[in-house]
Ligand binder design. Structure first.
Ligand code: DSN
Length: 436
């Protein structure tokens, strides 16, 4: 038993102070995690509302609780916006995260012991696609596509062979290290040949798809698309599922997969914030996706010029928001990511396809979507890469570089590509004084 040394008031006050410290730290940091973003002022307003306190189950106008008069309207607007932004026939906006969306799709499309082809974790696949994650919880057996390490993409001929051999119930695509579009068109004939359903986890690239700057998996024939809604789509931590209902029964099974399959209440404040984000995407999504990809490519080039081994130089480094750097020569991903964190440069270590030790990744993953959201353009990527290089290549003390990071970041604390553009991204309402 631990001795309790602080009162409840002190503990609550500590949490407030730690949260404020976190907010200030991120305001003074360069955010490069490829799965994060900052929300718009209106999305934040509705997220922090009474909707957070309420319950709804089921679908709009067919609920199990009273009190949903306005919730039903909000959710209907959200679904309709999702269908419009992604030009599709079906959208379910109730899953409470990307992984929960994936669990719902697994419930809808598979049974325990079914076979599914997937991208391996070391090749950038997501943990929920793997045996150790949600897919394993469903009891689905996974088989990984051969991967083309040079081009950081699925090997088309190898994937055709695998799909013909395994005859999966479902072929799943989509990655957490997602540099280039998946070769769906090249594989389409094989899906038909073996009669599998196709599923694409677009969590990382959802905003780029919405902005029409990345492959549109539904238009390329995929049956179901899932995703989280807070990466390149800069919304709340939530999930969604879209489809053109290309197969009989899909609508019912997807709806049941979400509820009662893997959710009860579906976080109504997040649905409202997602609706606002989708409305802003309708208005600003193309310009935002455009700038995000330009920034990612420019950052790849600027890091390469400073001596970094940025993968896929021959392909322009990336066609998405993400670049990947092999930092083995500087001590590996963990060491580099920790040193950069001390300089207020926030990114993550990442396994590369050739890594044999899963706990010692040789790479780092960098996303440009939050930089673009904060107003950075291609010309600012030289500054960002120079700050990274000073820590990693030139070996300057991170604490010294941090002073320049803070100075640089002062220009970029406001949120763009949204209504009330130019509002502070990191300032949150707070009561004066301590808890009394
Ligand atoms: N694991 C997250 C990422 O950083 O890509 C996605 O859930």
């Amino acid at each position: 038993m631990h001795e309790i040394v602080a009162s409840a008031k002190q503990l609550a006050q500590s949490v407030r102070e730690l949260t404020r410290k976190h907010n200030s730290w991120f305001k003074e940091s360069i955010p490069l995690i490829a799965s994060e973003n900052v929300m718009s002022p209106v999305a934040r307003e509705v997220l922090n509302s009474d909707l957070n306190n309420r319950y709804a189950e089921g679908l709009p106008f067919k609920r199990y609780y009273q009190g949903n008069i306005y919730v039903d309207e909000i959710e209907t607007i959200c679904e309709n916006l999702a269908k419009e932004v992604f030009s599709c026939k079906f959208a379910d906006v109730r899953s409470i995260s990307g992984t929960v969306s994936n669990m719902a799709v697994l419930m809808a499309l598979t049974k325990p012991r079914d076979k599914m082809t997937t991208v391996a974790l070391s090749d950038g696949g997501h943990i929920s696609h793997a045996k150790i994650g949600a897919t394993g919880v469903r009891g689905v057996r996974t088989f990984n596509y051969p991967f083309d390490e040079k081009n950081m993409n699925i090997d088309v001929e190898g994937a055709k062979r695998l799909i013909r051999e395994v005859k999966p119930k479902v072929a799943l695509f989509g990655q957490s290290v997602f540099l280039f579009p998946t070769p769906l068109k090249e594989l389409n004939g094989v899906f038909e040949e073996v009669g599998c359903t196709t599923w694409y986890d677009a969590a990382h690239v959802l905003g780029l798809v919405a902005g029409k700057r990345f492959q549109d998996p539904l238009k390329e024939g995929v049956d179901v698309v899932s995703g989280s809604t807070h990466k390149t789509l800069p919304g709340p931590q939530h999930g969604m599922i879209i489809s053109d209902l290309s197969k009989d029964g899909l609508e019912t099974s997807l709806r049941r997969g979400v509820f009662p399959g893997v959710t009860s209440n579906h976080h109504l404040h997040s649905v409202a914030a997602l609706a606002v984000t989708l409305a802003e995407t309708k208005e600003f999504g193309e310009a935002y996706a455009d700038q995000t990809i330009k920034d990612a490519k420019a950052l790849g080039g600027a890091l390469h010029e400073r001596g970094f081994n940025v993968l896929c130089e021959h392909l322009g480094f990336t066609a998405s928001h993400t670049i990947v750097v092999d930092v083995e020569e500087y001590g590996g991903g963990a060491k580099v990511a920790k040193a950069l964190e001390k300089a207020n440069i926030i990114l993550n270590k990442n396994l590369l396809p050739w890594d044999s030790d899963p706990v010692r990744p040789s790479g780092i993953r960098i996303g440009a979507q939050e930089l673009a959201r904060l107003g950075m353009k291609e010309n600012h990527m030289a500054d960002v890469s120079e700050l990274i290089a000073r820590v990693v290549v030139k070996g300057e003390p991170p604490e010294k570089v941090r002073e320049d990071v803070i100075e640089f970041k002062r220009q970029f604390t406001k949120v763009h590509y949204c209504f009330y553009e130019g509002e502070e991204a990191y300032d949150y309402p707070a009561y004066d004084g301590d808890i009394v």
